[in-house]
Design a binder for this molecule. Structure first.
Ligand code: PHE
Length: 343
């Protein structure tokens, strides 16, 4: 075959193949065209390649170059037709897709209102120099009671008022046995853990779960959260305590919140008070507080003649519920997304 004829055969193959592939409108037509032009066995490209042998040896180089160009052009047309028909590529956009319809909003996670409150409280207290500390929820009687100056016969240690764990020794008389464990009933346990490991000055808060066997109602739940605060230094007074609580409440609840102390009793503080905030014209109790009892300092190896301090424990749910107008604590733990996603 002359070079001239070979080249013109290539030209017509190229235009015919590309036109056919471009016109293929379904998978069947495409497949037929693919086999016809680039099929491994009887494809037109293979066929014409074989005819190269009949071109004069001197012309073979230019014949081969042109053959390669045609081959590439056809293969490109094959790839384009394929992606158009299989739905890929710009020209193959899915005709059932309507870009003007509103999008499907993905459901993303939501931070629980109590977790949000904990973050908020930590941030407010952090600005007053209080560092967050943590302690375990499964405690021993030493941290939950003994070091907090709560004697053996104190009603707070009653098995009916605590979740003693079944793996531990049972019965009131065995509460001091090494292995006894209970779910902590207050975050004051963290006071002991922090003081036992550090030297004053100390300024910490601890936010976490506590457990008491209460029947659930609008204001009680067997698990709730407390924010414990502890400040130990020299010459600490109750005025410092009141100021910290007032600044805290003003920040969290908004407006200039008034604080009221009512005399009370806790084994680990002396004097002890109940803390009320004036909210919406009503005095509402938010927790307990007081000056750290000398016996607590002794239990952790501090000298009560040298250091003084205050501690407080506030109910986190109570704070959160007041701020958001939540009326029933059980709503927080029902797992009902219609309720929770409002916050
Ligand atoms: N732990 C006390 C309670 O749970 C609150 C409290 C904390 C009181 C610190 C005084 C000091 O009721």
């Amino acid at each position: 075959m002359s070079l001239q004829n070979f080249l013109s055969a290539l030209d017509s193959l190229q235009s015919e193949a590309i036109a056919t592939l471009d016109a293929a409108s379904d998978a069947e037509a495409f497949e037929a065209a693919r086999v016809k032009y680039v099929g491994q066995k009887k494809g037109a490209l293979k066929d014409i390649q074989k005819q190269m042998g009949s071109v004069a040896a001197d012309d073979r180089k230019s014949a081969g170059m042109r053959l390669n160009e045609v081959k590439q052009a056809i293969e490109k047309a094959v790839a384009e037709a394929q992606s158009r028909i299989s739905g890929g590529g710009e020209s193959g956009a899915d005709p059932t897709f309507d870009p003007t319809l509103p999008g499907v909003r993905p459901t993303i996670g939501h931070v629980h209102p109590i977790t949000q409150t904990i973050t908020h409280l930590t941030e407010i207290m952090g600005r007053m120099g209080f560092e967050a500390a943590e302690g375990p929820e499964v405690e021993d009687p030493h941290h939950n009671f003994v070091a907090l100056n709560i004697p053996e016969d104190h009603p707070a240690r009653d098995p009916l008022d605590n979740f003693y764990l079944a793996t531990a020794a049972t019965g009131a008389e065995k509460q001091n046995v090494e292995g006894t464990r209970l779910l902590r009933s207050q975050t004051s346990t963290v006071q002991i853990r922090v003081m036992a490991n550090r030297k004053p000055p100390i300024r910490v808060i601890s936010l976490g779960r506590v457990y008491r066997p209460d029947d659930p109602d609008a204001t009680h739940f067997p698990m709730f959260h407390q924010m414990e605060g502890l400040l130990v230094d020299t010459h600490v007074t109750m005025a410092n305590l009141k100021t910290v609580l007032r600044v805290f409440a003003t920040n969290y609840l908004g407006g200039d919140v008034e604080i009221r102390f009512r005399p009370s009793f806790f084994p680990f503080t002396e004097p002890s008070v109940e803390v009320d905030f004036l909210w919406d014209g009503n005095w509402i109790e938010f927790g307990g507080a007081g000056m750290v009892d000398p016996n607590v300092f002794r239990a952790v190896g501090y000298d009560p003649e040298e250091v003084s301090g205050f501690a407080f424990g506030l109910g986190v749910e109570r704070l959160c519920m007041r701020r958001h107008g939540i009326k029933d604590i059980r709503d927080l733990y029902s797992g009902d997304m219609r309720f929770l996603s409002q916050f």
